[in-house]
Design a protein around this ligand. Structure first.
Ligand code: HCS
Length: 574
């Protein structure tokens, strides 16, 4: 099935998935503790019967029983060298059961091994593990992929990248949320949906863990940000232990009734996870097929995320600050620290800027005598251990930006993309592939634009290229290119006209390096503060600045208040 065909399938109405594989096979005799994939190979009738019944009950997509068929899991049973044979055979069985009546999804999940920095497994090793399984599943002829029961957003990203780097089939992704509404690793549903849809997942949602009624809030949270269909595949209630056995008490009728709440909350693809039987799927299918789904979101929001936190950047404020301090340019002490291999100061800057009210942290590791790429990766991990703010990846080298985006477990901002011919296409592709936002710097090979008109023409050229690369206006913050008013008397006015142009005419958000305006002037803070207020009223969305400057942050709060920006009254009082 192509990605377009998958879209059409979803458009045709609510799509019903299958029910539980594991708990039903256990009922059919699969002992606990065996390798499920091997047991299924040796008892093919069990899966054939179950999946045929699911299809007869209304499942339009059945999951091939390849859930833990990755190298790391199979190795626990000494079966890693049979990976190709096992995954291929299990897909064949699912295809036989589905016949022409249902699609078959290649199913993948967590490996059970912790990723660096919590464990030893590197991100690239994990991508390799998933790629190996994805290739076999693809070659065996699955119609679609599903990555499910994911507790870690970073591992989900690895699986998604692995599949996308293997083939162009549609990819469904579901995570498992705990009772506190977060994954085990602390990711809330809205962060997961933003990160994964921007990286190209075709449908995103949740499975396992709870019954349908308890999933409603998470579906709602995803729906608010989703531009892809939402999946809900709940258990038949919370598992309970009775006489040493795990039981699931939600009846098929209750399951189907509660599933109506999931559809009302925005789910378009539903099925059952642990404890759900063929009867649950029949009741579900009979109920949901007659319901009208909520529309799939079409308005993309301007958002950045870390692994845990989402920051929205509305065009009309509130005005927010990107903390500029993690940058060795002009900071001798930080340069020396980085050369010595220490990131203590980087961690301290991150903590302090978060405390001072930054919304996003810029990270620049450009200094002589270090391997910038290696240091950038280290800094991302280190900052992630002390701050939950989203990051802005700042480098002159595309390879540094690509490497950083690849391992960054959220939705980052790229600083920056200009029209420089040696870099522009490569960086736009990286932004698309890794789902990042970017700062558009209106510079070309000719250098600084000589007039406001030329600046806006370059800006439009980059915007057009970005749109051709599949990015949208909501992925962009235009840098106003602030010059020094001491060198060019119209520097302030030129910038203000760019903010107006972007906000009023293009509907594109803006950013600037605020303090450039006062370069060479005495008492710079007054010029900076006043320029900030003028810029905000001209439509400026964010600035890269030092949030430790009280006067500046207070001017920002006052500007938000005077512009009647949402939440600005409390921000000003605080
Ligand atoms: N597809 C798997 C998920 C377990 S959480 C199963 O057994 O149904």
């Amino acid at each position: 099935m192509t990605r377009e065909e998958f879209k059409q399938l979803i458009k045709s109405g609510i799509v019903v998935l299958d029910g539980a594989t594991g708990t039903n096979l256990q009922k059919a005799g699969m002992p606990v503790g065996v390798c499920p994939e091997l047991w299924i190979m040796e008892h093919p009738d069990a899966i054939l019967t179950l999946q045929r019944q699911f299809v007869a009950a209304g499942s339009q997509i059945v999951y091939a029983p390849t859930f833990t068929g990755n190298r790391i899991k199979l190795a626990e049973y000494g079966l890693a060298d049979r990976l190709t044979e096992i995954n291929t055979r299990l897909v064949q069985l699912a295809k036989e059961a589905a016949g022409d009546h249902a699609y078959v999804a290649g199913d993948m999940t967590m490996t059970g091994q912790q990723l660096y920095p919590m464990g030893d497994l590197t991100f690239e090793e994990l991508v390799g593990v998933y790629k190996e399984q994805a290739r076999v599943l693809w070659e065996a002829g699955v119609d679609v992929f599903v990555v499910e029961t994911m507790m870690s957003l970073q591992e989900t990203r690895a699986a998604l990248l692995a599949i996308r780097e293997t083939c162009d089939l549609p990819i469904m992704v579901t995570l498992t949320f705990e009772a506190d509404g977060h994954t085990l690793y602390g990711t809330p549903p809205e962060v997961a949906v933003v990160v994964l849809q921007e990286m190209g997942a075709d449908a995103i949602g949740m499975n396992c863990s709870t019954g349908p009624a308890d999933m409603v809030e998470a579906v709602k949270a995803m729906y608010e940000y989703a531009t892809v269909p939402i999946i809900a595949k709940p258990n038949a209630g919370l598992p309970e232990v009775e006489n040493g056995q795990t039981v699931y008490r939600t009846t098929p009728e209750e399951f189907a009734r509660d599933a109506e709440l999931l559809i009302a909350a925005g789910a378009r693809i539903v099925g059952g996870c642990c404890g759900t039987t063929v009867e649950h799927i029949r009741a579900l299918s009979d109920t949901v097929r007659r319901l009208t789904p909520q529309p799939i979101g079409t308005t993309k929001k301007r958002v950045l995320t870390s692994e845990q936190k989402l920051v929205t950047i509305p065009l009309d404020g509130p005005f927010q600050v990107i903390g500029e301090r993690i940058n060795p340019t002009g900071k001798k002490a930080l340069q020396a620290e980085l050369r010595s291999g220490s990131l203590a100061m980087v961690r301290a800057f991150a903590r302090q800027q978060e405390k001072d009210g930054a919304a996003v942290l810029d990270i620049n590791m450009g200094t002589n005598g270090i391997d910038e790429k290696e240091m950038m990766i280290k800094a991302i991990y280190e900052v992630g251990s002390v701050s939950s703010l989203p990051l802005c990846i700042d480098s002159s080298y595309p390879e540094v930006i690509e490497a950083a985006l690849r391992i960054y477990p959220g939705r980052a901002l790229i600083n920056s993309i200009s029209l420089e011919s040696s870099k522009v296409d490569r960086l736009l592709q990286a932004a698309k592939k890794y789902g990042a936002m970017f700062i558009l710097l209106p510079l070309s090979d000719a250098g600084l634009p000589k007039s406001v008109e030329e600046k806006h023409a370059v800006l439009r050229q980059i915007l057009a290229k970005a749109q051709a690369a599949g990015l949208t206006k909501e992925d962009i913050l235009v840098d106003g290119l602030v010059g020094a008013v001491g060198a060019l008397p119209t520097a302030g006015l030129d910038c203000l006209s760019t903010f107006h142009y972007c906000h009023d005419e293009l509907g594109v958000a803006t950013v600037c390096g605020l303090s450039n305006i006062s370069f060479g002037l005495p008492e710079r803070i007054y010029a900076n503060m006043t320029f900030l207020a003028m810029a905000v009223s001209s439509g400026l969305t964010m600035a890269i600045a030092n949030p430790g400057q009280d006067l500046l942050m207070n001017a920002a709060a006052a500007a938000n208040l005077l512009m009647n920006r949402p939440g600005s009254d409390m921000q000003y009082i605080n």
